[in-house]
Design a protein around this ligand. Structure first.
Ligand SMILES: Cc1cc2nc3c(=O)[nH]c(=O)nc-3n(C[C@H](O)[C@H](O)[C@H](O)COP(=O)(O)O)c2cc1C
Length: 184
């Protein structure tokens, strides 16, 4: 692991858009970033950590209590390493838990332990009605007010079969937002 490579910790939550997170990870790696991955248990039911480990060459972890977890306290190791912490895709659930300050899995615990100077970004992805829900809107605003940067979802075909807002931003846009944040 080279010390000068900047580190983007990619947090993946349980959205149908997880497949796009693979492209985000791959693009960041090709641009020279370290990209360790933390998955929520729901995300790991949709895609396995093995795929992210293959794409990034880094640990991809769901359960830091597992005997084979990569560090004694993986949430601290990830938080120490993160120049940027990117939640993509960000489900309604992870946004709520981050907004509340919960620490009930590796993703949320790492988020709480981030260094103050680490850039915090999230890219929501969900059904249009979920996105329009007042509680979700409140959580989005709450995170923005805490210094998180939203990478806005796009409008278009959603996996649930409707057209509308809630589609995860294009992977290239997500990567560009991370690079802009790191350049600030
Ligand atoms: C196939 C499938 C796709 C899902 N897609 C989404 C989604 O795009 N956005 C979302 O907010 N929830 C989605 N969910 C629901 C979340 O997975 C669920 O709320 C879960 O508790 C999220 O947990 P997490 O935030 O810890 O990953 C989906 C569930 C399933 C089974």
């Amino acid at each position: 692991m080279s010390a000068e490579r900047r580190c983007v910790v990619l947090a993946v939550s349980g959205s149908v858009a997880v497949y796009k997170a693979c492209e985000v990870a791959s693009t960041l790696v090709q641009k020279g970033y370290r990209v360790p991955v933390a998955l929520t248990p729901s995300a790991a039911r949709l895609v396995t950590p093995v795929l992210f480990r293959a794409i990034t060459g880094e640990a991809a972890v769901v359960d830091e209590f597992a005997p084979d977890a990569p560090a004694a306290m993986t949430h601290i190791a990830l938080a120490d390493a993160a120049d940027a912490f990117l939640v993509a895709p960000a489900s309604a659930d992870i946004l709520a838990r981050l907004a509340l300050g919960l620490a009930n899995d590796l993703v949320t615990t790492t988020a709480l332990a981030l260094r103050p100077e680490a850039k915090r970004l999230f890219a929501p992805a969900m059904n249009a009605r979920m996105l329009a829900n007042a509680v979700v809107k409140r959580n989005l605003e709450g995170l923005r007010s805490l210094g998180w940067q939203a990478i806005d979802p796009e409008s278009g075909h959603l996996a649930c079969g409707v057209e509308g807002p809630g589609r995860l931003a294009d992977p290239a846009k997500i990567v560009a937002a991370v690079e802009r944040a790191l350049a600030r």
